[in-house]
Design a protein around this ligand. Structure first.
Ligand code: HPA
Ligand code: ZN
Length: 335
């Protein structure tokens, strides 16, 4: 199974580029940019990655991002992630970035997106990996700041497929961003949102109704509302689930208790993703293996996570067909 999972074609739909900052690169960039960080070694950084909930992670995650200053830093960050994608046979990835984490520190929107975008373009040519970019609003900040960010994105609309919503879910309901999302939709952006990670099933309802989202990021708390589960099955609303993240942030106490396989068997369009792999202990293959080690899963079921991700992705039908064929061929050859 391990070999089968390693080489299985994969599509990632829930990945924060800032969450791919490995301790090695963090220290390197801190030195290169003369930034003070409270860590002197890789071990010290790793020891700080001990989280009790989402907020305790976010505090460290925003601190880590302080070392990203120049366009080249954003390029290096993104390129390192794309090389990991290649190792894990990720054929397509849809990447979140958090502009406000950087613009609040005086880094321009252009610096951030141009660095990331240059790496994505290079990956298309040199690694054969396709991608989309999703711009997230930080939900702990106010509506005004989100509107300003949307305005900054205007000259780059050709590089951004969708807007999303991340950061602290508790106390920051989706409704706070209803008007920003309406405007984004009117400008042609698709929408997604983190919901039902720490928040209750009702927060998923709210995100679906008020923000018109095409996918739910996380969404694992949907099981608390059987009617909602039925609705998600019927509509084939995708859930971008992040198993190792859920474990690290104590959404589930143990992987054996994670509900992703149960959701898959109910017929939900669930997918496997890495969220913030540097902080949560693993990239795509690690996340697949964490699930298949803790649960009895057939090869066809493991491949179904990829078929679901292809279905849920923001790519053309012909691209979907190409990825489906590659995955079907792989499954047939390795059954
Ligand atoms: N949830 C909310 N905000 C985030 C996450 C997450 O899992 N990762 C990075 N920002
Ligand atoms: Zn996330």
């Amino acid at each position: 199974m391990k070999n089968f999972i390693s080489l299985l074609p994969k599509v990632e739909l829930h990945l924060h580029i800032e969450g791919t900052l490995e301790p090695e690169l963090m220290l390197q960039l801190a030195q290169r940019n003369n930034i003070d960080i409270p860590f002197n070694s890789i071990e010290e950084v790793k020891n700080a990655y001990n989280f009790s909930n989402l907020q305790s992670f976010l505090d460290i995650y925003y601190q880590g991002a302080n070392v990203l200053i120049h366009q080249q830093d954003f390029f290096d960050l993104t390129w390192a992630y794309l090389l990991r994608c290649k190792q894990d046979n990720v054929l397509h990835t849809e990447i979140f970035f958090d502009p406000q984490t950087h613009t609040a520190r005086g880094i321009s929107f252009d610096t951030v997106i141009n660095g990331i975008h240059r790496a994505l373009e290079q990956a298309k040519v040199e690694l054969g990996i396709s991608s989309q970019l999703i711009m997230c609003f930080l939900r702990h900040l106010d509506e005004q700041s989100a509107f300003e960010t949307l305005a900054q994105a205007q000259p780059h609309q050709d590089k951004i497929i969708a807007v999303g919503l991340d950061s602290s879910e508790l106390g920051n309901p989706a409704g706070k961003f209803e008007r920003v999302f309406k405007q984004a939709i009117s400008q042609g952006f698709l929408t997604v949102a983190h919901a039902g990670e720490e928040g209750p099933a009702s927060s998923i309802h709210e995100a679906l109704e008020l923000l018109q989202i095409s996918r739910i990021d996380h969404g694992v708390r949907c099981v608390d509302d059987p009617e909602l589960v039925e609705q998600l099955i019927k509509a084939r609303t995708p859930l971008t689930v992040c198993p190792l993240s859920n474990l690290k942030l104590k959404v589930f106490a143990q992987m054996e208790q994670h509900n992703i396989v149960e959701l898959l068997r109910k017929g939900l369009c669930v997918t496997i993703n890495s969220d913030d792999p540097s902080y949560f202990g693993g990239y795509m293959t690690d996340n697949f293996l964490a699930v298949t080690n803790a649960h009895e899963v057939s090869k066809a079921e493991a491949a179904q996570f990829t078929f679901n991700a292809i279905e849920a992705s923001f790519i053309s039908d012909s691209e979907k067909e190409r990825l489906n064929t590659a995955t079907q061929n792989y499954l047939q050859l390795h059954q």
